[in-house]
Design a protein around this ligand. Sequence first.
Ligand code: PEP
Ligand code: MN
Length: 342
Amino acid sequence: MEGATVLVVMQQGAAETEVQAVVAAVEARGLKAHAIPGSERTAIGVTGNRGAVEASAFESLPGVLEVIRVTHAYKLVSREAKAEDTVVDVGGVKVGGNRLVVVAGPCAVESLEQTLAVAEGVKAAGGHLLRGGAYKPRTSPYSFQGLGEEGLKILAQAREKTGLPVVTEAVDLESLDLVEEYADAIQIGARNMQNFSLLRRAGRARKPVLLKRGMSATLEEFLMSAEYILSEGNYQVILCERGVRTFSDFSRNTLDLAVVPAVKRLSHLPILVDPSHGTGRREKVRPLSRAAVAVGADGLLVEVHNDPDRALSDGPQSITPEMFASLIGELSQIAPVLGREL
Ligand code: PEP
Ligand code: MN
């Protein structure tokens, strides 16, 4: 199979020198080695091959338990590569652990006053991460495009004030450089899910990446996009379901909650659900948030605005800080039923 590769699984307690010897043997064949440490054992993913990888070359090396052929198109994101769940650290906040994580904030950073008002509301309600776009991918070129670097500076000020780490979107290579500098995590939006040069660049970033599902992406395409990021060496990836386009006409998108258990089965990466873009309507955020937690999401991404009716972007789907506080209160009661904390 073209591109099929192998995973070299080390014995439990294999020495670091043995791991390094496998890495060297992989590299000596002109291939790329990705050592993926797990709590039980280390696995080494092999990529960069054109034809089949010769498993026997690695089987007899000291410390090697077995060599598994990876048959999925995606390799490093697969459960085969890493059995246990990945926990991503965003500025000290753990995403993917037992505790649910709520990312909240305005669609767009509009001003310092607006961002601080929302950030303080999010913080007071118990939100964990602040979001807000400084670069907005808008359908119309005449719509508000975001404040750019000034917006990133505002987010950094809001982080300083509230202590909330910041997640914000990069829309191209140029903005990614700046987002990497200012933010705690880099968001890649639905419209850029298959912007492969941007994904590769995000894979070389020193910050975690929040990757949103494309609006018509299959599960395999979604995971392959994450694979681009991991293949460049950045294993800190958080997935986010934000709704897909269907014939259904009562909501902006159709929130595909069934993708959550599907991702959990195939991949070790954490997945959040975005009920705001997923529905497009403020009153649907609460019921779909409940459902997202029930279905096993690792957290939520919610748009919150202090004056939603005057928001420059996505007002109809933004909830107020008061509604957000009430939502968090409700979710903190639902979470324990599912064996999770909030
Ligand atoms: C956003 O998070 O504001 C956004 C633009 O989302 P998406 O890429 O999912 O449309
Ligand atoms: Mn938005």
